[in-house]
Design a protein around this ligand. Structure first.
Ligand SMILES: [Zn+2]
Length: 369
C-alpha cells in the first residue's frame, strides 16, 4: 500500500538490508513447543508492562490477544523496520521478533524489513488520510520486497482469488487451521486456483509497488478490507496479526511434515519406461510418495499418476511410472517426490528444483526424450 514511502525512505535501507540479509545466516524456528508459547506470552507481558516501551500507555492489564494485536503494530517496532515517527519506537521482544523472522524467511527465503505495521500504525493511517481524504487502519503487514521477488506460502491450504486485477493480484490461501492468508500486490501468480499448496510453495511475484501486503483473516470467507479499514475495532475482529497467526502455527501440536535430508531425485526416460530414483540419507523405512504429471498429447488428455512405497534403504526407484507401454517423445513429464502425501495437482504446477523452496519437503524434476 505504501509504495510512496518506499521511494522516499526505503531505498537506501533496502540495499543495506539486502546486503546484510545475504551475509547473515538466519536462524529459523520451524517448530516451537507449548512451553515456547508460554514463553512468548511471558515476553509479551514483560514488554507491555514496561511503560518505557509503551510511551506510558497502560497495556499491562491487557489480554494476551490484545498484546498480540498491538505488538508489531508499528513498523518502528521491527528491527530495522521503517522509523516513520510512530509513537512507539521500542523493538519488540527478541523471541517475538523471531516469529517474524521465521515468517519472513518462509515467504521470502530471508528476513526482510517491515514498512507498515498491523492495525496500530499511526503513520499508515496518516498517510492514507493524506492520500484519500479519510484515514484507515492497516489490515496487515507491508513487507519490503522489490518488484519480481518470489512470494511463497507461509502455510498449507487451498488457493483462492481475492483480487483479480491484472498486475495487482491478491491471492488467498485458505489455511488448514481455518484462517485465510492473503498475499497482495502480485504482478503474477504461479498457482492454480482452488488447489492445494504446501507451506513454502511459490505463490507468485511482487509487483512494482515493491512490497508484499500480508493479511490474515480469521475465517476462510473473505471480508472485504481491501487492505485497510476506517474502523479499527471491526478490523481487529475480522483479521489477526500475521505475527500471532504464525506464532499459532509454530506452536501448534499437529505433526510437522517430514523433510528429506540430503535429498535428490533422478528421473530416467526411454521409449518404454519412466523411472524415478529418490535418495536421501533419512529415507530408509519411510513411506515415499511420488506423483507424475504430463500435459495433453494429441487426443490423450493430461494425466497424473500417484504412487507410494516404503523405502528399503537410502534409495528407492519407482519403475514404469506411466505404466502404459510407451512414452511420448518431445513431451515434458514432471515428477514430485515427498515423505508426505502429495496433494493432487502438485506435479502439474511444473516445478523443478523445488527442494529449497519447500524446506526439503519435496523434490521436483522434469524429464523428456
Ligand atoms: Zn498493506
Amino acid at each position: 500500500m505504501k509504495n510512496t514511502w518506499f521511494a522516499r525512505k526505503g531505498s537506501l535501507r533496502f540495499y543495506q538490508l539486502l546486503i546484510s540479509g545475504l551475509v547473515a545466516s538466519i536462524a529459523v524456528n520451524t517448530t516451537l513447543t507449548a512451553s515456547a508459547q508460554t514463553s512468548l506470552e511471558t515476553s509479551l507481558r514483560s514488554y507491555f508492562c514496561n511503560p518505557a516501551n509503551t510511551n506510558n500507555e497502560n497495556w499491562c492489564n491487557a489480554s494476551t490477544a490484545q498484546m498480540w494485536d498491538r505488538i508489531g503494530g508499528e513498523s518502528a517496532q521491527f528491527i530495522n523496520g521503517v522509523n516513520s515517527g510512530d509513537r512507539w519506537q521500542a523493538d519488540m521482544p527478541a523471541d517475538v521478533y523471531n516469529v517474524y523472522k521465521s515468517l519472513s524467511t518462509i515467504i521470502f527465503g530471508q528476513e526482510r524489513y517491515v514498512n507498515s505495521g498491523y492495525a496500530y500504525d499511526q503513520s499508515y493511517f496518516d498517510w492514507y488520510k493524506a492520500k484519500y481524504g479519510v484515514g484507515k487502519w492497516h489490515a496487515g503487514l507491508d513487507i519490503a520486497a522489490p518488484s519480481g521477488t518470489s512470494v511463497r506460502s507461509a502455510t498449507s491450504g487451498t488457493t483462492t482469488m481475492i483480487q483479480n486485477a491484472s498486475g495487482n493480484y491478491f491471492i488467498g490461501v485458505k489455511a488448514d487451521d481455518g484462517k485465510l492468508w492473503i498475499y497482495g500486490h502480485l504482478s503474477s501468480y504461479s498457482v492454480a486456483l482452488n488447489t492445494r499448496v504446501n507451506a513454502g510453495q511459490l505463490i507468485g511475484y511482487t509487483n512494482g509497488s515493491n512490497h508484499l501486503h500480508l493479511e490474515v483473516q480469521n475465517t476462510h470467507t473473505y471480508q472485504p478490507t481491501y487492505g485497510a479499514h476506517v474502523d479499527r475495532g471491526w478490523l481487529l475482529q475480522v483479521t489477526i496479526s500475521p505475527l500471532e497467526a504464525y506464532a499459532q502455527r509454530l506452536t501448534s501440536t499437529s505433526p510437522s511434515p517430514l523433510a528429506f535430508v540430503n535429498g535428490s531425485s533422478r528421473p530416467y526416460i526411454d521409449a518404454n519406461f519412466i523411472n524415478l530414483t529418490v535418495s536421501a540419507s533419512n529415507l530408509a523405512g519411510k513411506q515415499v510418495y511420488v506423483q507424475m504429471w504430463r500435459p495433453a498429447v494429441g487426443s490423450n488428455p493430461a494425466r497424473e499418476w500417484n504412487y507410494s512405497r516404503v523405502a528399503p534403504s537410502t534409495s528407492i526407484t519407482f519403475q514404469d511410472l506411466d505404466g502404459i507401454g510407451g512414452t511420448f517423445a518431445g513431451v515434458d513429464y514432471y515428477t514430485v517426490a515427498s515423505l508426505n502425501p502429495i496433494p493432487p495437482g502438485t506435479a502439474a504446477l511444473r516445478r523443478t528444483a523445488c527442494y529449497t523452496a519447500t524446506g526439503g519437503q519435496q523434490l521436483c524434476d522434469r524429464v523428456r526424450r
